[in-house]
Design a protein. Structure first.
Length: 318
């Protein structure tokens, strides 16, 4: 439990809510129902063991915060996730009803354990141990099968390390969804390319043959697409997109718009994951200005590359 002031609101509430839900409890010393609800919330914070943070706001002393959240009666509780209010309740609810409220928004024990496994996997991958990272990501999915971030990273690493059958098995569930998630569809395109290259025994020797065929006939789209698949399988993304763009420029509808769909899949694979903390830097909830003007962030080189190739596709389609 933390005591919230205007001075620590940014760090203790906004920043904290980027990774753990924060329950704001607006109370006052003279409020009888507040005295009843307080111990209930503190007990539940202990029971949930770090799955949410209880942050208490003395409405008499922190009137600017209370006004910013439009507090009209006490006690009022507001839950924040990702820097934004998502739900709330008023009055001294019994423990059972508060628990029901929390369970709608607070991650399960399995989900929390899975997040820990994902973080360990990231560290292992950073240290150059993909096998151990894969094991941790598999643990994360076992702990929380609904964790799409873990599933995406798991499948991506399986493809990158050549474990294609396992990647295909892990993709079955998301590919069966309606609508099909774009990021998993992108992995499916990469997996298809890797399988085609493996099945055909293609490699650098095949590229020379394909280049010769393309030089002889610029509209040999089959050769261009095979070349793009080899480049995708080897992770040479920009050259693969350049080849696909040549097909799009000449015949967008070739093979049911396959070149464009594959190009978009590569863009999705290359798009940097959003950094939630940076995305909300300098922002505040409830219209409260807590920090000075943030300096303009320089665009990430990877994001700039994706943006440039998106523009190339847009120009080719118009």
């Amino acid at each position: 439990m933390i005591e919230v002031t205007l001075q620590n609101f940014e760090s203790e509430v906004i920043a904290a809510s980027m990774h753990t839900p924060v329950l704001l409890d607006f109370w006052a010393a003279w409020c009888g129902p507040c005295q009843s609800l307080g111990p209930v919330l503190e007990q539940l914070e202990d029971e949930y063991a770090g799955r949410f943070v209880l942050a208490k706001v003395d409405s008499d002393r922190q009137q600017q915060l209370a006004a910013a959240f439009g507090i009209r009666s006490l006690p009022t509780c507001i839950l924040l996730k990702g820097g934004q209010p998502v739900d709330g309740f008023t009055g001294a609810l019994p423990a059972g009803q508060v628990r029901q409220f929390l369970d709608k928004h607070v991650p399960s024990e399995g989900a929390v354990a899975a997040e820990g496994s994902v973080q360990e996997a990231d560290a292992l991958l950073e240290s150059g141990d993909p096998a151990a990272a894969l094991a941790k990501l598999a643990d994360a999915l076992a702990q929380d099968p609904a964790n799409d971030e873990a599933r995406f990273d798991y499948v991506r690493l399986l493809i990158a390390t050549g474990r294609l059958d396992e990647a295909g098995a892990a993709l079955q569930e998301p590919l069966a969804r309606e609508p099909r998630p774009l990021r998993f569809d992108a992995l499916h395109h990469w997996l298809q390319a890797a399988r085609a290259v493996k099945a055909g025994g293609w490699g650098q020797w095949k590229l020379a043959e394909l280049d010769a065929a393309i030089a002889q006939d610029k509209r040999n789209f089959t050769a261009r697409y095979q070349k793009a698949q080899i480049l995708m399988a080897e992770g040479v993304w920009t050259q693969a997109m350049d080849e696909l763009l040549e097909i799009i420029l000449r015949d967008r509808q070739w093979e049911g718009d396959l070149a464009r769909k594959t190009y978009v899949a590569i863009l999705e694979l290359l798009t940097p994951a959003p950094d939630k903390a940076k995305a909300h830097e300098g922002k505040s909830a409830g219209g409260i200005e807590l920090t000075g003007k943030a300096a303009a962030a320089q665009q990430d080189p990877q994001a700039e590359l994706v943006s440039r190739y998106r523009r190339k596709l847009s120009m080719a389609l118009n």
